[in-house]
Design a protein. Structure first.
Length: 177
């Protein structure tokens, strides 16, 4: 097995970036891909980026679905992307929420955005080149997590994710000079 090479990383929020934010999406029946999601992830793969997903999943704490449900959805999502030659390298999700109804998940967590825990955890486990990495999210908490991790954050509004990623990569290339 070869060692992982240092590379920049794109940290993508899930709900609102990879898929539509239909609130508490815990199953593939409720999952709707954002236009251009697979091609955006493939573009990042081809540009040499690690692609990571970081997602608050308070539906677990709220008793709407389980961690197993989230993992099953993520597994299906990764398989669907691979069929389109797009790869997610790793995922993190936070099942906790201080107002949760499930006792085991009712708490504050450094992994729940806007805290940077998921980003920092991925950077601790992968050889990420921080200076070329970034976060794409659809909410202020995503951008706050990026800032707290020392990364630039890009705010995405629903639309074609591939077009958005192309612009982010172009602006990153200009910034790298």
């Amino acid at each position: 097995m070869t060692a992982r090479q240092p590379r920049p990383a794109a940290f993508l929020d899930r709900d609102g970036v990879i898929n539509y934010n239909d609130h508490y999406v815990g199953s593939r029946e409720r999952f709707r891909w954002m236009p251009g999601a697979a091609s955006a992830i493939r573009r990042l793969n081809e540009a040499g980026y690690y692609v990571f997903v970081i997602s608050n999943q308070s539906g677990v704490a709220r008793g709407m679905f389980t961690e197993h449900d989230v993992r099953a959805l993520h597994s299906w999502m990764c398989d669907e992307l691979l069929r389109q030659e797009a790869r997610i390298d790793d995922l993190r999700f936070c099942p906790y929420h201080p107002d949760g109804v499930v006792e085991a998940y009712r708490r504050h967590s450094e992994h729940r955005k806007p805290q940077p825990g998921m980003i920092l955890d991925l950077m601790a486990h992968w050889p990420v080149l921080r200076e070329r990495s970034f976060v794409i999210g659809d909410s202020d908490s995503d951008i706050e997590a990026a800032t707290a991790a020392g990364l630039p954050g890009h705010l995405f509004a629903p639309g074609d994710l591939d077009e958005f990623v192309a612009k982010v990569l172009a602006s990153s290339a200009v910034a790298q000079g």
